[in-house]
Structures are given as structure tokens and as C-alpha cells.
Design a protein around this ligand. Sequence first.
Ligand SMILES: Nc1ncnc2c1ncn2[C@@H]1O[C@H](COP(=O)(O)OP(=O)(O)OP(=O)(O)O)[C@@H](O)[C@H]1O
Ligand SMILES: [Mg+2]
Length: 270
Amino acid sequence: MTSPTLLAPHGPAVSGRSAPGRLGQMIAVASGKGGVGKTWFSVTLAHALTRAGARVLLVDWDLGLANLDVQLGLAPQTDLATVLRDRRPLADAVLHHQVGFDILAGSSGTGAISALDAGGLAYMLTATRGLAEQYDYVICDLAAGIDPTVRRMAAFADLLLVVVTDEPTSLTDAYAVLKLHRQDAPSPTRPARIVVNRASSPSSGSRTYTTLARACQTFLGQTPALAGIIRRDDRVADAIRRQTPFLGRHPTSAAAADVEAVARAVLQGG
Ligand SMILES: Nc1ncnc2c1ncn2[C@@H]1O[C@H](COP(=O)(O)OP(=O)(O)OP(=O)(O)O)[C@@H](O)[C@H]1O
Ligand SMILES: [Mg+2]
């Protein structure tokens, strides 16, 4: 566990730094199939954007499972579940991580967030949008799958990043996410982009993207853009085991360079 002294309850970032990206852009990270690397990617993207000078809030929207807590070794006293239950300001549960970004952790085992009803969800979305005004980017780590709550969150974001691996089930499930997202958020201002993760090489990742993009073009008449290809790296598991942000631990790795490339594209609005 990260030492609690390294983390402090923290209101919204007030650093005054600004990034070239749009103010308060909400980026949701989704996948059809579970376990493809959404949480790791969300943390690492948040870190990469922070290193580039952006003010970033990382939010755990994986209701009930509190993935971010685990990967970052957090044990927050006040979490998203608590503030939602009591309809308190979300800022009450924001923590500051020593590497520079802020975190809104999901639930420290209370289970309350998994019982989020429609009113609670609406409150959370609106309140997150309000909090986003204090940041350049808000990265929202979603649960896997296509249940109505996840779909609503994905459609609410300004940009949806769909994480996919080369496994056939990951590809078919990512296609389902993209298809539903097109129904839920048909406006071209709410696009979805593909992140290929755990690619054995850039060319293999490119083939994975092409397979998915072709299916989308054929059946949906639309090709989602590629946000990036992230290579498979055994050191990812090492960083997660140590509950340490990957970019800090393995800054010169191929996977770090790949996520930094995604961050640059995000900063450039691509
Ligand atoms: N680029 C990568 N290279 C190697 N391993 C990776 C990579 N990205 C993720 N992983 C591994 O994939 C596993 C799942 O990662 P993670 O928990 O972030 O996935 P998830 O999509 O958030 O899962 P869930 O759907 O359960 O929330 C982890 O064990 C992690 O080590
Ligand atoms: Mg996760």
C-alpha cells in the first residue's frame, strides 16, 4: 500500500497550469470484455497527461469493484460511494496522488456504489461534469460490459476510448460497445476511438485495429479512429503488483512510450 502520508484529501486542482486540450474534457475508458487493461491504461494515461502539464482527475466509475484503489494502493477514508450516498460534493472525496494527478476513488468496500440508482447516477454524472471544470481532463475508468449504467456513462463522456486486445472475444465485445455507443451518442462530437492493448508488436496491433475497424465500416458504416497501440510488457504486472504508477517505475519501457503517444494525441485533440 502507498503510504497514507503521500496522499492527502484534496480539493480540485488549483495549480493554474494549463494544457492545450479543451478544458474539462471527460474521457471514458471502456471495453466489452473484462481484463483487457482499462484500469492500468486509465492510470497510465492520467499520469502521462499530468507529466505533459495537464491538470487531471482520475475517476473510478467501475461501480462496486474499486479497481483504482487496488492498482494505486489507496485506502481512502471518504470515497465516491460515501459522497454519492450522502449527496455530498464529489470534491469531498478527491485525493491528490504524489505523482501529480487527483483521484476520485470508487468504493472502499462499502458496496454502496454498486447499489447506485438512476437518481444517484444522474447526480454523479452531473457532479462529475461540474468538477471537470477544475481540470483539463477527467479520465473515467468504466466497468467492462454493456449494462445500461455503463452505456449511460460512456455516452455522457466527451470522448470514449474502447480498449481491445487481439483475443477474438475482446474484438467482438468491443464491436458491441461501439455499436451501442453509436446508438446512445450518435453526435459526431461524442466520438469513440480504439486503443489496442497488449499488442505483441505494432504491426500485430495494427492488424487488430484493422479487423475491428473493417467490421465497424461494414456493419455500422463508420470507422472509429485509432487512438493508439500499446505493446504487451511484463513490467505492467510488476507495477500493478507493487501498486505503483507504471510510468514512474518503468518510464523508458515500450508500453510507457506507447501510452505517452496516446496522451500526445489526446492533447492535440486527436
Ligand atoms: N500493456 C500490457 N502489457 C502486459 N500486461 C498488461 C498490459 N495492460 C494490462 N495488462 C495486464 O492485464 C491485466 C488486467 O488489467 P486491468 O485490471 O487494468 O484490466 P481491466 O480491463 O481494468 O479489468 P476489469 O475489466 O476487470 O476492470 C493486469 O493483470 C495487467 O497486468
Ligand atoms: Mg478495471
